[in-house]
Design a protein around this ligand. Structure first.
Ligand code: NDP
Ligand code: MG
Length: 380
């Protein structure tokens, strides 16, 4: 019986993980759940899974939760509580906290767990080298949950030599919009992802394709691939998640339905395969499309890959800028296209510095976040 901690249990990844775990009670025991402030969902999860440990990061929500919490549960509260929760031992930890806030708990938890099922991507984009060196030091396995990276893991894990890989992109909610039409899109329009049901930020990042840039950076970090060997192809159906090409141009594809429970279960069970009922249905006709990436329409993808090649603090600054700009857009303070303006502004104004410690990541994250906010206020 493997002991599992779920970080970000109330989010999209967290809920999908718990759905896998509820079907596998003989293999896994959920020992800890952690959320930011959604105590309503957290409470129902606690009732169902009876974890020994619970963490609520928002102080006020933690106080409310405490009064409703059972005596048998150890409750960790606030940011300090998250630090302690991250030091609990587990066999597997699912990292489903969104944003750069996942970095400290991830680094702390790598010391205490045998395997991280890693969904969070901002930690790899901003601090990949720190995360992987910590994992090497403590001999902790990191299994990618992000579907494209998980698919690459399944393809490249065979140890075969490939010359090039492709990540697929659905193109997001606005793929068919003209540049002019993008000006007027609403939050609701952008959140209508054609194939995936995910948290708000990643859904918006899928529409700008910044998310695909993040995935190229994940692929680079996980598999030591050169950026020039990572292609991106539009595949609207999101059934093939990655492809790997040999030098004789034979291509292997990794295909499964657009359902995050599949890569999550893969990461929980690896190297075993779990019994799954959510397969692709070949009893109905369907076809796949592949389109070349219209690069010019997605300037943030180009920008983020360009930044990644600099090997400086630019990825931290751009991630912080995007996080802030997406938050402003979700709160309807700016237009969708202002996200592009903010990113252009940040890329033109950040000061290039090397990152020599995790502290540097937080320094530049805070710097860029403030700078973005100042800029966004001029657009509101
Ligand atoms: P959600 O916004 O749906 O969920 C985020 C979770 O993290 C919630 O449980 C939230 O708690 C918690 N959280 C937020 N901030 C903090 C914090 N400061 N401290 C502790 N917990 C916090 O995000 P997703 O599940 O969509 O995404 C999670 C990560 O996985 C992201 O990095 C995303 O890019 C990545 N990912 C997601 C995919 C998906 O299908 N959703 C696919 C591939 C990657 P609360 O609910 O209380 O606010
Ligand atoms: Mg993905």
């Amino acid at each position: 019986m493997k002991k599992v901690l779920v970080f970000g249990s109330t989010g999209s990844i967290g809920k999908n993980s718990l759905d896998c775990l509820r079907k596998s009670r003989e293999d896994f025991k959920v020992i800890g759940l952690c959320a930011y402030s959604n105590t309503r969902v957290l409470m129902s999860q606690v009732k169902e899974f009876s974890p020994r440990y619970v963490c609520v990061v928002d102080e006020k929500s933690a106080k409310d939760f405490e009064s409703a919490c059972d005596r048998g549960v150890t409750l960790f509260k606030g940011k300090e509580g998250l630090k302690e929760f991250s030091q609990l031992s587990s066999d597997i930890s699912v990292m489903g906290i969104s944003g750069i806030s996942a970095l400290e708990p991830l680094l702390a938890n790598i010391r205490r767990t045998k395997r991280v099922a890693l969904a969070n991507k901002e930690t790899i984009v901003c601090g990949g080298s720190f995360v992987f060196s910590q994992a090497r030091k403590y001999k902790t396995e990191i299994l990618p949950v992000d579907s494209e990276i998980n698919a690459l893991y399944q393809l490249l894990g065979s140890g075969k030599r490939f010359e090039r890989v492709y990540l697929t992109a659905s193109g997001g909610a606005l793929f068919d919009y003209t540049p002019k039409a993008l000006e007027g899109v609403s939050v609701k329009d952008v959140l209508k992802h054609p194939t995936w049901d995910m948290g708000a930020r990643i859904t918006i990042d899928s529409a700008t394709l910044l998310n695909k840039g993040f995935e190229a950076i994940e692929a680079h970090n996980f598999f030591n691939l050169k950026f020039d060997d990572i292609g991106i192809v539009i595949h609207r159906e999101s059934k093939i998640h990655a492809l790997a090409q040999f030098q004789d141009k034979t291509i292997l594809a990794c295909m499964y339905p657009a359902d995050m429970r599949i890569p999550i279960a893969f990461a929980l069970y690896y190297p075993r395969r779990c019994l799954n009922r959510i397969g692709i249905d070949f009893s109905k006709a369907f076809s796949f499309t592949f389109l070349p990436l219209p690069r010019k329409r997605f300037p943030l993808l180009e920008m983020i890959i360009d930044a990644a090649k600099k090997e400086d603090n630019s990825l931290v600054c751009l991630n912080a800028c995007d996080e802030k700009a997406v938050d402003y857009f979700l709160k309807k303070k700016i237009k969708f296209t202002d996200i592009y303006k903010a990113m252009d502004y940040m890329y033109g104004h950040y000061l290039s510095k090397k990152l020599s410690s995790v502290g540097d990541i937080f320094y530049w994250n805070n710097w860029a976040s403030k700078k973005t906010e100042e800029y966004l206020k001029t657009l509101c």
